[in-house]
Design a binder for this molecule. Structure first.
Ligand code: HEM
Length: 217
């Protein structure tokens, strides 16, 4: 790492991100096949159902391994995502001009996660839990549960699929294609961002990490 760069994501969180998002894409595509009747021919012999279940196992096991390996990092992540302050209100007010017009003037300095990133984190958590619970009932209680319950599970699973799928495309657009956000891909692949990018996009966080380094020195 040169002194013009700072570490944004540690290796363990990057590995989890790619395994978990890979499982999500697998679940999304095989879910799509189950969801759209016209694609039913792809589900012949039920191999999509099998892949959906393999995807589900990875989707559940990967974060559990991460939690076991580094519970403190999970605690820190949760704290970051659930700590909201005045800069979040500022983000919400400045976001339309920032993201649509590229006007950076009124955007207040953000922490390690900006408000939009925190909202995505929150959604991943909530929809992740909903998918696992409703999916597990469809998987393991297909015979035991009353059919009305199963129908509700399919309905909730489908609504989560539509909402989280749409938000997933928004996440990809912002992280990969938005003209102002040009180091997010590098951050999640190589782990580092430039000091200039850190100052411009995560000013509050950059100040915190440089201050704590100075205190230690
Ligand atoms: C751990 C998480 C998950 C589990 C345990 C799970 C489990 C299941 C099961 C058992 C079914 C019924 C399939 C069948 O008919 O055999 C199903 C259907 C489906 N899943 Fe999942 N799933 C999970 C996550 C996801 C995710 C992340 C998505 C999409 C982003 C998704 C989208 C769908 C869709 C669209 C269907 C079709 C429902 C319908 O028939 O309308 N699932 N899932």
């Amino acid at each position: 790492m040169t002194h013009h760069e700072v570490e944004k994501y540690r290796k363990a969180i990057r590995v989890l991100h790619w395994i978990h998002s890979g499982a999500f894409v697998l679940l999304f595509l095989t879910g799509l096949v189950l969801f759209i009747p016209a694609l039913g021919f792809l589900a012949e012999d039920s191999w999509t159902r099998l892949i959906h279940r393999i995807g589900a196992a990875i989707f559940v096991i990967a974060p559990i391994i991460y939690i076991i390996l580094d519970p403190k990092a999970v605690g820190r992540g949760l704290k970051q995502a659930f700590t909201w302050g005045s800069e979040d209100l500022g983000w919400l007010l400045a976001a339309p001009r920032y993201y649509f017009l590229g006007d950076e003037k009124s955007m207040p300095p953000q922490g390690a996660m900006n408000t939009g990133q925190k909202m995505w984190w929150f959604m991943v958590l909530v929809f992740g839990i909903i998918f696992v619970l409703t999916g597990a009932i469809m998987w393991f209680a297909k015979e035991a549960a009353p059919s009305a319950v199963l129908q509700w599970m399919v309905f909730i699973h489908d609504v989560s699929f539509i909402v989280s799928g749409a938000m997933f495309f928004l996440h990809i657009y912002l992280a990969v294609f938005h003209p102002l956000i040009n180091e997010a891909w590098g951050a999640m692949t190589g782990g580092k961002i430039s000091v200039d990018y850190a100052k411009a996009h995560h000013g509050k966080w950059y100040e915190e990490i440089t201050k704590s380094k100075e205190e230690k020195a």
